[in-house]
Every structure is written in C-alpha cells, then in structure tokens.
Design a protein around this ligand. Structure first.
Ligand SMILES: CC(C)(COP(=O)(O)OP(=O)(O)OC[C@H]1O[C@@H](n2cnc3c(N)ncnc32)[C@H](O)[C@@H]1OP(=O)(O)O)[C@@H](O)C(=O)NCCC(=O)NCCS
Length: 175
C-alpha cells in the first residue's frame, strides 16, 4: 500500500500535525520518542556500527535531543502512524552569506522503520521536509548520503535531489 499525498494541513507550520490519507502524520520529536528513534537509527548496516540502542539509552542521546529541541534552527521530525514512530529525520536551518544571504536546510539521520520500508513513508517524510524548508524561506535543501548506499541515492534522486557535489568529511575522536 502506498502512502497518499500530503494533505495541505500537514505541510503547515512548526510541528504541523496534519494527517495524510494513509494516516501518516509528522511532528517534532518528543523526549519519550527517543528509544523508538535510536532503535531505527541503529537498525541499519551503517547505523549498527555507530549507534548504541540499549536499555537504558546512553545519556548522550538525551543530551543531544535537549540541544536540538532547544535550538530554533534544528528540528527533529518523526513520521507517525497509528501512534507508532515509523520514520525520522533531522532538519537544520543554516544561514550563509552565499546565495546573497540565503538560508539552507540540511537533512541528516533519515530512517524509515525496517518493517515499513518501500511503502512511501520515506518519500512522504522527505516531501514534508522539502515543504518545511521552503516555508522557512530556504534557497536550497541539501544532504549527503553514504556512497555505500546506492539505493538511498536513487531514492533521493526520485525526489529531485541532484548529486552535483562530492561530500567530504573529516572525522574526529571527541575529546
Ligand atoms: C532510504 C529510505 C529512507 C527510503 O524510505 P522508504 O519509505 O523505504 O522509501 P519510499 O517507499 O518512500 O520510496 C520512495 C521512492 O524511492 C524509491 N526507493 C525506495 N527504496 C528504494 C531502494 N531500496 N532502491 C531504489 N529505490 C528505492 C522507490 O522506488 C520510491 O519511488 P516511487 O514512489 O516512484 O515508487 C529507507 O528505505 C531507509 O530508511 N533505508 C535505510 C537507511 C537509509 O538508507 N537511510 C538514508 C540515509 S542517507
């Protein structure tokens, strides 16, 4: 079953809670959503190597959540169906001098619950994020996807993203 298109109300403002025809809604994540979110982040070939889904959750996740939640330019967004968290992404709004002072939206940490992939949840979640970035007045929405994920690259291309740049990263061991 495919997820229906977004209702106009679900594209609405900060944490808009409209419901799609297929019963999918999007909202800002709450502290109590963290276990579901971290479970999804860890339930992935790459995520399994870098996340730690344990009971209780490592305190670092709660600290990070508080920092995100307190920042007006960061939104941790969840997709919800029948009160279950089935998707997540983080949106960051960044001011730049380039593009004549244009703001950009950065997407990170995209996951759909492994049990409901390929049902249109990811597409609806990204479409919500694109609409939100436009609503925030951004000139662009951008993301990186690991080169070991050719499927994810096709997923983003289907949404209109163009692989025009090579993303480069330099990892650090935190002090
Ligand atoms: C990538 C991911 C977010 C996509 O979400 P999803 O709900 O499974 O995808 P959807 O069902 O919304 O698919 C939307 C479109 O992408 C395409 N697509 C989805 N998964 C795909 C795959 N594995 N390979 C190729 N295309 C794919 C579909 O064909 C679909 O196009 P259509 O609507 O024209 O048929 C999800 O599969 C996921 O969490 N994967 C594991 C983690 C990951 O790769 N995250 C991205 C990190 S950058």
């Amino acid at each position: 079953m495919r997820i229906g298109s977004l209702g106009s109300d679900s594209r609405g403002g900060h944490g808009g809670e409209g419901v799609t025809e297929a019963g999918l809604s999007f909202r800002r994540a709450r502290a109590e959503d963290l276990p579901s979110i971290v479970r999804m982040l860890a339930d992935d070939v790459l995520g399994a190597k870098r996340e730690r889904f344990a009971e209780p959750l490592p305190e670092a996740y709660a600290r990070a959540f508080r920092a995100i939640d307190a920042d007006a330019n960061n939104e941790l967004v969840v997709a919800v169906r029948e009160e279950q968290i089935i998707g997540v992404l983080q949106l960051s709004f960044i001011p730049y001098l380039t593009y004549q002072g244009g703001w950009r939206a950065l997407v990170e940490g995209v996951r759909v619950d492994g049990r409901v992939r390929s049902q249109g949840v990811g597409k609806a979640l990204l479409e919500w994020a694109i609409a939100r970035a436009r609503e925030r007045g951004c000139v662009m929405i951008q993301l990186t996807t690991d080169k070991s994920r050719p499927d994810a690259k096709r997923f983003y291309e289907g949404l209109g993203f163009v692989a025009s740049h090579d993303g480069m990263k330099l990892h650090f061991t935190p002090r």
